[in-house]
Design a protein around this ligand. Structure first.
Ligand SMILES: Cc1ncc(COP(=O)(O)O)c(C=O)c1O
Length: 378
């Protein structure tokens, strides 16, 4: 039986804040932080012994645990500090030419789009933005929008599994299948997916999948992964070139220079903490809570939610009244933060959208509190 108060107590969160933004940086249970500290203690007891004799097998064993959770094979799974780094590694591994195109989504994560613009654009390739029908897109509309953007010049499609500003859980399997049918390699930016939605990476069939464990899988900050399909493993390189160059992406990622690997090694503890909080039942509980929160806020504000139920996950985006720009979104966000309310605001489709998260430590009363305080803050 899920105990919301015990769940809250498992985290270090400041009780003076309304923390409804698990999506941005996650939050890590105390038990996982303790496990991470245990790995740091082992490292510092004899750094050379740890780095040279213990770390290689400990990392591979952690990768096997994560691979099991993701429905992937550990031979294609390397740890990396964050999803941004994973996307950079893939982009830097491709040699773009001026006649090529990289397809991105209009709700794609800005940092990843900048990386694509810098790397592919720097070689003369063009970024093609797929306009996501918004709000409340359906699968057919999304497929049609992506299909219209693919051409014989498309070298890569970067697809967000769960969009950041609009919190849409995209129908990633048919979108990947469409790209594959057109012979277009796919990089999935799955920053929000692990721990929020069930995953089976092998079945999805993308060429690369970059995901964060430090958001919804409750791992310490700096725990993420890049999974690479077998056919791509020899040609994909780490974002940092080091001793493993040319030995396959996983060997390259396993050593990118001296760093603190404790966040990676704590993945077993994170998977255990996620399971103890309910595992798939936790995902369902959070999803239902986010959906109810979205409906409550949209009703109180007299507006609408961004996602149809089939594309809703553990976050909900709700339109704020009136028009909106990036500057207005930033000002609104600052007012909320000054009131110790953590919920991001984005400008999309001419309006402002508030994104609330529903994590293990959240309770329905928090969205009611937000609904009551919002009008004075808007
Ligand atoms: C879709 C998407 N991609 C990438 C990222 C970047 O994650 P990180 O900062 O861990 O690299 C985010 C962060 O929220 C995101 O929403």
């Amino acid at each position: 039986m899920f105990d919301p108060n015990a769940a809250r107590a498992a985290f270090c969160l400041d009780p003076d804040w309304l923390t409804l933004n698990h999506g941005s940086f996650g939050a890590t249970p105390r038990a996982v932080i303790a496990a991470q500290q245990g790995w740091r203690d082992r490292l510092e007891a004899q750094p050379t012994r740890f780095m040279t004799m213990e770390l290689p097998s400990a990392l591979r064993s952690a990768a096997s645990q994560l691979a099991g959770f993701l429905g992937a094979d550990a031979e294609g799974l390397g740890f990396i500090e964050n999803a941004t780094a994973g996307c950079n590694a893939v982009l830097r591994s491709l040699r773009f030419t001026p006649d090529e195109e990289v397809v991105v989504l209009s709700h794609g994560y800005a940092a990843v789009q900048k990386a694509a613009g810098h790397i592919a654009g720097g070689a003369g390739a063009r970024l093609i933005e797929v306009p996501i029908p918004f709000p409340r897109p359906d699968t057919a509309g999304l497929i049609a929008a992506l299909e219209a953007a693919l051409t014989p010049r498309t070298r890569l499609a970067i697809l967000d599994h769960i969009t950041s500003p609009s919190a849409l859980v995209l129908p990633i399997a048919p979108l990947i299948a469409l790209c594959r049918a057109r012979g277009v390699p796919v990089l999935v930016d799955g920053a929000h997916a692990p721990g929020q939605v069930p995953l089976d990476l092998t079945a999805l069939g993308a060429d690369w999948y970059a995901g964060n464990c430090h958001k919804w899988l409750l791992a310490p900050k700096g725990c993420a992964f890049l999974w690479t399909a077998p056919a791509r493993r020899a040609q994909t390189h780490a974002h940092v070139i080091s001793h493993g160059l040319g030995q396959g992406i996983v060997t390259e990622l396993d050593w990118t220079g001296t760093r603190d690997p404790s966040a990676f090694l704590a993945i077993g503890a994170a998977i255990e903490a996620h399971a103890k909080l309910g595992g798939t039942a936790l995902m369902e509980r959070n999803r239902a809570m986010a959906r109810a929160a979205g409906a409550l806020l949209a009703t109180r504000l007299g507006t609408e939610v961004a996602a149809r139920p089939e594309m809703a996950g553990s976050m909900a985006a709700i339109r704020l009244p009136g028009p909106g720009t990036d500057i207005a979104a930033m000002a609104c966000r600052k007012r909320l933060l000054a009131a110790r309310i953590d919920t991001p605001v984005h400008a999309l489709a001419g309006g402002l959208w508030l994104r609330v998260s529903a994590a293990a430590y959240n309770q329905p009363a928090e969205y009611e509190a937000l609904a009551q305080r919002l009008p004075a803050l808007l």
